[in-house]
Design a protein around this ligand. Structure first.
Ligand code: AMP
Length: 134
């Protein structure tokens, strides 16, 4: 089934477009957490970040810098969060990869964070396991 963002990419659903290139589209979030809340999505159809080609990933990285810069200039917000949810329990609601750029004008607005930090007990082993999976 086609996601709502695929429908936006195909022009079946309107959006407030802010940036587009061969690999990426950026548009305003329909239910913003703050003024200027923007979504940056790949044109490649994929649900989670790790499923993307490196070409899509590189284009997203470049667009994120470009669009963040434009949002800072246009809104005057120098602080902002980049959020990217993968999977239902990570808070993903639309299953097409997307990055949120969420301006923060004040401590009480924009994205709220709960940071459940812990400690690393097996760092050497874990880092090796991840290195080997690259
Ligand atoms: P996530 O929880 O990371 O999957 O976030 C999905 C985001 O998509 C939410 O912030 C929604 O407000 C936004 N969204 C859903 N439908 C649309 C739409 N048609 N146009 C723009 N943003 C949308």
């Amino acid at each position: 089934m086609s996601s709502i963002f695929k429908k936006i990419l195909d022009g079946e659903i309107p959006c407030h477009r802010v940036y587009e290139d061969d690999h990426v589209l950026a548009f305003l979030d329909v239910a913003p957490l703050s003024r200027g809340h923007t979504l940056v999505i790949p044109k490649q159809v994929a649900s989670s970040l790790h499923e993307l080609t490196e070409e899509s990933g590189a284009a997203l990285g470049s667009a994120l810098v470009k669009v963040s810069n434009a949002i800072v200039k246009a809104t005057g917000a120098t602080d902002y969060n980049i959020l990217q949810n993968n999977g239902k329990i990570a808070g993903q609601a639309v299953f097409h990869v997307h990055f949120h750029i969420i301006p923060k004008y004040d401590e009480g607005d924009g994205l709220g964070l709960i940071w459940n930090s812990s400690t690393v007990s097996d760092g050497e082993i874990l880092a090796k396991e991840i290195q080997q999976a690259l």
